[in-house]
Design a protein around this ligand. Structure first.
Ligand SMILES: O=C(NC/C=C/[C@H]1O[C@@H](Sc2ccncc2)[C@H](O)[C@@H]1O)c1cc([N+](=O)[O-])cc(O)c1O
Ligand SMILES: [Mg+2]
Length: 221
């Protein structure tokens, strides 16, 4: 049967990127998406904003919702300090299979734990299964209408601490209006929009960075 776009992307990486060189894998994917086939990676422009937030937070524990082909997984993992960990959740086994190979080609598999399944099922297992107490940074890039319910779930499970940062892709295109309204209106978050463009296009999109000031915030009368 015909190959999938993620499989063609992986083939391009294996042909053009150097093993163990994350930047060359990132560049190869950006080239493929800009000049051959568009795909929904966060991309190079928004990727630079993602990089700057990762460096600012210098997280010990990161959660990524929506691995897809592992592009943003690599962007985050390549910047992590020794011992820091990134857990990334992917629902689609075919996407997960491609992402594992992309991450391995970049030589970043020792920093990344890719877990197959849905965020709704896996987030409640973070403590018992992965020994995670809370996340310093969460990158939301999965189904857009899941951003809000998953954020509420992380709040309720105490997986966010004072200063935890949520970074959400696509808050303009395709859009996550309920999530945006929540983080921008809730006294629980200090939220800021980083205006950019939809990956590999001139369409507006951006990332929303929301800092969780602590469970007590917003509950005061
Ligand atoms: O739809 C978009 N992203 C949804 C991403 C979904 C990815 O995450 C899981 S879903 C899942 C993973 C984990 N847990 C539950 C569900 C899917 O298998 C896919 O790998 C999107 C669309 C556009 N666009 O322009 O149309 C641009 C973007 O940047 C996007 O991110
Ligand atoms: Mg996205």
């Amino acid at each position: 049967t015909r190959s999938s776009r993620p499989q063609r992307m992986l083939a391009h990486v294996k042909r053009h990127a150097a093993r163990g060189d994350p930047q060359s894998v990132i560049d190869a994917i950006d080239y493929f998406c800009r000049h051959k086939e568009w795909a929904m990676n966060v991309g190079d422009e928004k990727g630079t904003i993602l990089d700057s937030v990762v460096c600012e937070v210098s997280p010990g524990a990161v959660l990524e919702l929506g691995t897809y082909c592992g592009y943003s997984t690599m962007r985050i993992a390549r910047l992590l300090a020794p011992g820091a960990r990134l857990i990334t959740l992917e629902f689609n086994p075919a996407n997960a299979a491609v992402a594992r190979q992309v991450i391995a080609w970049a030589g970043l598999e020792h920093k990344v734990q890719l877990v197959e399944g849905s965020s709704g099922d896996l987030i409640p297992q973070m403590r018992e299964k992965f020994g995670i107490d809370s996340f310093d940074l969460v990158f939301l890039d999965h189904w857009k209408d899941w951003y809000l319910p998953d954020t509420r779930l992380m709040e309720e499970l105490g997986l966010l601490h004072k200063g935890s940062v949520l970074l959400a892709d696509n808050v303009i295109c395709p859009g996550a209006p309920e999530y945006l309204a929540y983080v921008r209106s809730s006294p629980r978050y200090d939220s800021r929009y980083f205006k950019s463009h939809l990956e590999y296009t001139y369409v507006e999109d951006g990332l929303e960075k929301s800092v969780f000031p602590g469970a007590s915030a917003g509950s005061r009368p």
